[in-house]
Design a protein around this ligand. Structure first.
Ligand code: AMP
Ligand code: MG
Length: 340
């Protein structure tokens, strides 16, 4: 669709809901990132999401529901362990992959017999789903491959003229997409790390981490989203990890600058002083990784706004929220990671 995109406030949700009911797509805030929603049970409406984003048809969408009763209309009955996960983490940034009910269109699930479901922890998202009266299939509201949107303006930059409306609910909270856990086999499998950490999940169930969380997948993947370029700005991103990361970044960035390149460093607040003479973007405190999570995508977009050729990024240990941030950084970097 090419046309006018309506910019709506959170007081105008009934207008957004009416677009959804007639089969159009609408971007809305959640506690993770902005989602691009359409009626999950209407194959034509869901196709409009794929078209607007330029998303490959085999990359399935997460179905957002407002309560457990609505979840039960999408997936087959679940067991007691899954119920405990729902009780502990919903509403919240945990997506569960379960067996889909037959009436859920295959376009929504990218051709799979499973469906990913979650209940978002955001009043605007919940109110919109309730008011539309249908579960909403909603991937992140960015052009496919780009950093996910954490502000309504990011959605406009990517999708203006391609969707019916954008609901502006201000910056999102978590800033990273939900954790995705495949519960269709035991042990459960972490397909994407997010705000709910694997350490938290393991107090409820045995969880294995899919290798695709760490590495570029080579063969078939359990989560189709893993094989596509994602989260990447236009500039070259290079992640540096290990004890000597600051010295390495300084050396590489200084060399690039001498060659006339526009370089930047994405560094923790505590390390800003290590990169004198270089343009530094602030990832927040290394002791409060939720700051980095919340601003990561905005900073990746900022790197392009500043016209950088290369952005060097301080890596961090793959644990707790650092696991989700590193997963996004590796992909934004096209897996260019330097270990010092
Ligand atoms: P996004 O919609 O951009 O947040 O991406 C959704 C992620 O969830 C992608 O990585 C998908 O591959 C993954 N996903 C959604 N549904 C399923 C499913 N049924 N099985 C496995 N992964 C899924
Ligand atoms: Mg996405």
């Amino acid at each position: 669709m090419e046309g006018l995109t309506r910019w709506l406030t959170i007081e105008q949700l009934s207008e957004a809901a009416s677009y959804l009911r007639r089969g159009d797509v609408v971007a809305f805030p959640t506690e993770t990132v902005y989602g691009l929603g359409a009626n999950a049970l209407d194959a034509e409406a869901v196709r409009r999401i794929f078209a607007a984003k330029g998303r490959p048809a085999d990359n399935p969408l997460i179905v957002h529901c407002h309560d457990a009763a609505q979840v039960a209309t999408i997936v087959e009955p679940w067991d007691a362990v899954v119920q405990r996960l729902m009780d502990a983490f919903w509403p919240g940034p945990l997506t569960l992959v379960l067996t889909k009910k037959p009436h859920v269109p295959l376009v929504t699930t990218g051709g799979l017999t499973t469906a990913a479901v979650r209940i978002p922890d955001h009043t605007v998202a919940l109110e919109l789903i309730r008011s539309a009266g249908v579960p909403l299939a909603a991937p992140s509201a960015n052009r496919s491959g780009r950093p996910s949107p954490t502000r309504a303006e990011h959605v406009r930059d990517d999708l203006d003229g391609r969707i019916a409306a954008i609901v502006d609910g201000g910056p999102t909270g978590w800033g990273l997409e939900s954790t995705v856990l495949d519960c269709t086999e035991v042990p459960f499998r972490l397909l994407r790390p997010g705000g709910v950490t694997v350490e938290q999940l393991r107090s409820f169930a045995e969880v294995v981490t899919d290798p695709g969380v760490y590495q570029e997948p080579k063969g078939p993947v359990r989560s189709p989203g893993m094989k596509y370029k994602h989260y990447a700005p236009e500039c070259t991103v290079i992640v540096v990890v290990g004890e000597g990361l600051s010295a390495k970044i300084k050396e590489l960035a200084d060399n690039d600058a001498k060659d006339g390149k526009d370089v930047g460093v994405l560094a923790f607040s505590e390390h800003g002083g290590r990169y004198s003479g270089l343009l530094t973007l602030d990832l927040g405190s290394k002791y409060r990784l939720q700051e980095g999570a919340a601003r990561l995508y905005h900073l990746l977009r900022e790197a392009d706004t500043l016209g950088l050729d290369t952005l060097y990024v301080e890596g961090m240990p793959d644990k707790e929220l650092g696991m989700a941030i590193m997963n996004r950084l590796r992909r934004a970097a096209g897996y260019r990671v330097i270990v010092t």
